[in-house]
Ligand binder design. Structure first.
Ligand code: SF4
Length: 212
């Protein structure tokens, strides 16, 4: 029997729209902050991996390309890619690059550097992108942040597509920084709940929270 489709099954469309909008106007890159904050908010408020399982546009986009359009070679995801060393290492690297981007934004805001109207792919290759900046009434640091953030989003999408082509469609999800973070938050929350349960079970009857 065919499964009923929900509105959130079509969220994959958000990925090409987001990247397309940033091609014409870089300030749309700010919308990416939604993809950054929503998964964390859901995980913090006890939703666990709900964002990954249901609402993530990129996860759906990779599934669509790899599974429905059969672009994936579907080879098993390598074990090193699944290892905690690689996953947490990539998370640290990703955040180091994120903070470097924030520092550049700060320098532009402070007037120590001029606005860099290019997109950096794979943290290395500079692509001219000046047509996407039309000047705004907003401060230049906001444009610099947009260029930096769009670089991160485009780079991570391309990495996702590359690993999708070679390995399983959603191999990116194995080491995606957002996935790693939401998993960490869920683990911490489960750990806290277990601790509370144990404390409650062993606390003395007057609820003074002392173990008997
Ligand atoms: S792991 Fe990342 S890309 Fe995959 S579903 Fe979760 S947030 Fe989306």
């Amino acid at each position: 029997m065919k499964q009923k489709k929900h509105w959130y099954d079509f969220l994959w469309i958000v990925t090409p729209i987001y990247l397309g909008l940033g091609f014409f106007n870089i300030m749309f890159a700010w919308l990416g902050m939604i993809f950054f904050s929503v998964p964390l908010v859901i995980a913090i408020f006890g939703g666990g991996k709900l964002y990954c399982n249901r609402y993530c546009d990129r996860g759906q986009f990779l599934s669509l390309l790899g599974t429905k359009l059969k672009l994936s070679r579907n080879r098993p995801t390598p074990r090193w890619m699944v290892s905690p060393i690689f996953r947490y290492g990539f998370l640290i690297f990703f955040f180091a690059m994120f903070f470097q981007m924030l520092f550049t934004t700060y320098l532009v805001g402070a007037g120590a550097q001029s606005l860099k109207e290019f997109v950096t792919l794979f943290w290395t290759f500079r692509l001219p992108w000046h047509w996407a900046y039309h000047g705004t009434a907003l401060p230049t640091w906001m444009a610099q942040f947009a260029f930096g953030f769009y670089s991160l989003m485009l780079t991570s999408t391309l990495i996702g597509i590359l690993v999708m082509l070679i390995f399983k469609p959603r191999s990116w999800c194995v080491f995606c920084p957002m996935g790693t973070m939401t998993q960490l938050i869920s683990k911490i929350k489960v750990g806290k709940m277990k601790k509370n349960e144990t404390q409650a079970r062993y606390s003395c009857e007057c609820s003074c929270n002392k173990t008997p």
